[in-house]
Design a protein around this ligand. Structure first.
Ligand code: NAD
Length: 494
């Protein structure tokens, strides 16, 4: 018997609407490869409506509210998240295959981001300049930018929305959120919670659709002033080209191929846990996944054995079950990319220590087991490319200098990890690694106060943390003439 699909509408100008041309698409449940929800597919016309609504709201009372009034809306969003974490977690798990225990915990924790930025609404100050002119008082103020386009990937959506939406709203901007076509449902459930806060119409709009026309129409729209993007590097290139149309400011949070080094003095139990969290947590579908592992020569064989034993015990299964440790991958395409890279690596000498093949559960869902591949060098495909899956490539190193060079020898620079009891070395190595984040003796942690973002091809701009709120403002300079005499020579500037 066919189960009835859950129907969603887009949230534009405080109304629940279909796409104007009535187009829809289905979202698949990665657990069983079956459609479970049907959502509108936005066209350029719908995007125009959403941006128009956001623009109108920006011209209305929203940016003029007292900071504390906007903070109250942010706190109301936080409370909605806490009260509905279970429901949001469930929807995200069905739509993405991510473990329910993680999606539920994350939805609850993400409330902290809205509270954090609520607390910052009245902390962003201007300046009085020590100006080099007599009879002039010059001040700078931080002004909201206007309509923000937030482009979200399918994974960690609640987090990746919060780090854009919360600072944007705090500073008086209005927002159009575009959810991923791979897993659009959670954002619509979130929009229902936003509506409950009574936030003015048009301040937050949620649309979904494909990169083209939906994403393209949004990122080229003439009234969009800033694009906050998280996703893959190829899409980022489109976004930058699109932004040439509207000259909007862009921030990019992109992929990673994050290196992790274990030195021979490391606490091995701690390192095993950290590595497992880093690459097998969320089935490796995390932008900060620690997917390149370097082990120091003296501990290489022994540590690798322990790691392989640990990986073999990981319980694959239905992501809703509380004892499942790894759920399915989010899409068949992802599974196929992983298989292709593994095949190429094995052809070039890579040795599979565990996993490496679709799990038998894959007859229905996109299940792939924890996989460890020994690589002679890190130029093999699994060791070089972002796979977004539970695949760890392992290499050997001898000296600190050598491992620093190896860790830096990749196009990406998002995250990194070091396991050592020598804190001097921890500091030296972390300073030498060109990555936006380094974890020493830990991994896969986030916080509203910790800036998050990459270097090199992992993008630019930082999300979360106190400074990130300024990205949602522009500096305005205002000159006051305090003289009671007329201006001198109007034909010279000075
Ligand atoms: P993706 O790049 O395929 O899609 C991201 C979003 O961009 C989607 O909403 C998509 O519809 C939209 N898009 C696609 N083409 C577009 C276009 N031409 N114009 C405008 N928008 C367009 O990414 P994904 O597969 O959903 O997510 C996985 C990627 O995201 C990985 O590379 C991962 O590393 C990265 N990621 C990075 C971070 C971070 O913070 N650095 C966090 C999570 C994920």
């Amino acid at each position: 018997m066919m189960t009835k699909l859950k129907e969603y509408k887009m949230y534009i100008n405080g109304e629940w609407v279909d796409a104007e041309n009535k187009k829809t698409f289905k979202s698949l449940n990665p657990e069983n490869n079956e459609p479970w929800a049907i959502v509108p597919e936005a066209s350029a016309k719908d995007i125009n409506n959403a941006v128009g609504a956001a623009q109108k709201a920006f011209e209305g009372k929203w940016p003029k509210l007292m900071p504390r009034e906007r903070a109250n809306y942010l706190k109301a969003i936080a409370n909605q998240l806490r009260e509905n974490a279970e429901m949001l977690g469930k929807i995200e798990t069905i739509d993405t295959g991510k473990l329910f225990r993680e999606t539920k915990t994350q939805a609850n924790y993400i409330a902290e981001y809205y509270d954090y930025f609520a607390g910052l609404t009245d902390k962003v100050e201007g300046t009085v300049l020590p100006i080099d002119k007599p009879n002039m008082q010059v001040i700078t103020t931080r002004e909201p930018i206007g309509v923000i386009a937030a482009i979200i990937p399918w994974n960690s959506q609640m987090l990746l929305t919060a780090v854009k939406l919360a600072p944007a709203l705090a500073m008086g901007n209005t927002v159009v959120i575009k959810s991923s076509e791979l897993a659009p449902a959670t954002m619509f459930e979130f929009a229902k919670l936003i509506e409950k806060t009574g936030i003015p119409k048009g301040v937050v709009n949620v649309v979904t659709g494909f990169g083209d026309p939906c994403g393209k129409a949004l990122t080229t729209h003439k009234n969009v002033e800033r694009i906050a993007f998280t996703g893959g590097p190829e899409t980022a290139r489109h976004i930058i080209r699109n932004s040439a149309e509207n000259l909007s400011q862009v921030s990019l949070e992109l992929g990673g191929k994050s290196p992790v080094a274990v030195f021979e003095d490391a606490d091995q139990e701690n390192a095993l846990n950290g590595i497992t969290a880093g690459i097998f947590g969320a089935s490796g579908q995390s932008c900060i996944a620690g997917s390149r592992l370097y082990l120091q020569k003296n501990i290489y064989e022994n540590f690798l054995d322990k790691l392989v034993n640990r990986a073999k015990k990981i319980k694959l299964g239905n992501p809703m079950e509380s004892d499942t440790q790894m759920g399915p991958l989010s899409s068949l395409k992802q599974l196929e990319i992983i298989e292709k890279n593994i095949k190429l690596t094995v052809d070039q000498g890579g040795k599979i220590k565990c996993g490496g093949k679709r799990h038998s559960l894959s007859n229905k869902g996109y299940y792939f087991p924890a996989t460890i591949i020994e690589c002679e060098n890190h130029n093999l495909p699994t060791a070089e490319n972002e796979l977004f899956g539970p695949v760890l490539s392992v290499m050997k190193f001898e000296t600190e200098e050598e491992v620093i060079n190896k860790m830096n020898d990749n196009q990406y620079g998002l995250s990194s990890g070091i396991y050592t009891k020598d804190l001097g070395r921890g500091l030296r190595v972390s300073k030498a690694i060109r990555a936006g984040i380094t974890f020493v003796n830990t991994y896969r942690l986030i916080s509203p106060s910790a800036p998050f973002g990459g270097m090199k091809d992992s993008g630019y701009g930082k999300e979360a943390g106190i400074e990130s709120i300024k990205d949602y403002t522009r500096v305005k300079t205002t000159w006051f003439n305090t003289s009671n005499k007329p201006m001198s020579d109007p034909f010279t500037m000075g």
